[in-house]
Design a protein around this ligand. Structure first.
Ligand SMILES: *[C@@H]1O[C@H](CO)[C@@H](O)[C@H](O)[C@H]1NC(C)=O
Ligand SMILES: *[C@@H]1O[C@H](CO)[C@@H](O)[C@H](O)[C@H]1NC(C)=O
Length: 182
């Protein structure tokens, strides 16, 4: 078999660039979390899902230990995480901590709970509020016009009734405490 330059480049370039809009830190993290996996974990059926910006500490916080459990929960699901148009839906909840998907599009989006929702939420857990051991909130955006939020949650309310936000100035962080650090 003959490997021409163009066939080699044709293989390598998509491997390196492959629709990949990951910032460098996310690419490194992706390799740590999914050794040997392609740089972009494509998982959803009907939307782009390359992670873009990550914002930390915008919302009342979740508890880090609880978020680890929520990520395990999401990672074990075989059903997809569906979120209606123009809605934020809480897909996992425990101990006043939640993982939400917010959908900016005009149609329902169906995301793989494990490879997209849990993966995105893991970025907040790993890279946000790193100066403290207990509290975290973060929002990972996607080029598919959705974002995944880790924040405080009231598990007794409906999945679509609450949009994550910052608390009042008297209690900005909520029941799980302050987001410390970047
Ligand atoms: C999708 O729905 C929300 C709620 O209406 C809307 O404000 C936003 O523009 C869209 N995305 C998010 C973040 O919810
Ligand atoms: C539940 O949340 C509280 C307050 O954030 C925290 O102290 C506790 O460790 C959490 N429990 C579990 C089981 O995650």
């Amino acid at each position: 078999m003959i490997f021409t330059l163009s066939s080699i480049l044709g293989f390598l370039l998509p491997t390196f660039l492959g629709g990949n809009q990951l910032v460098a830190a996310l690419a490194v993290k992706n390799e740590q979390l999914h050794p040997g996996a392609p740089p972009v974990v494509m998982s959803s059926r009907n939307v782009n899902d390359n992670p873009t910006s990550l914002l930390c500490g915008l919302f009342t916080t979740a508890n880090k230990d609880s978020v680890k459990d929520l990520l395990n929960d999401l990672s074990g699901r075989s059903s997809s995480c569906d979120t209606p148009a123009k809605t934020c839906r809480r897909h996992a909840c425990k101990n006043k901590s939640g993982v939400f998907v917010c959908n900016d599009t005009n149609q329902q989006i169906s995301l793989n709970c494990k490879t997209t929702v849990a993966y995105y939420a893991q970025n907040s857990l790993d890279l946000c509020c790193t100066g403290g051991d207990t509290a975290v909130s973060g929002q990972q955006f996607s080029d598919g016009n959705f974002n995944v939020i880790v924040a405080a949650a009231d598990c007794s309310t409906g999945e679509d009734t609450y949009r994550p936000s910052k608390g009042p100035s008297s209690d900005p962080w909520g029941p799980n405490g302050e987001c410390v650090g970047p």
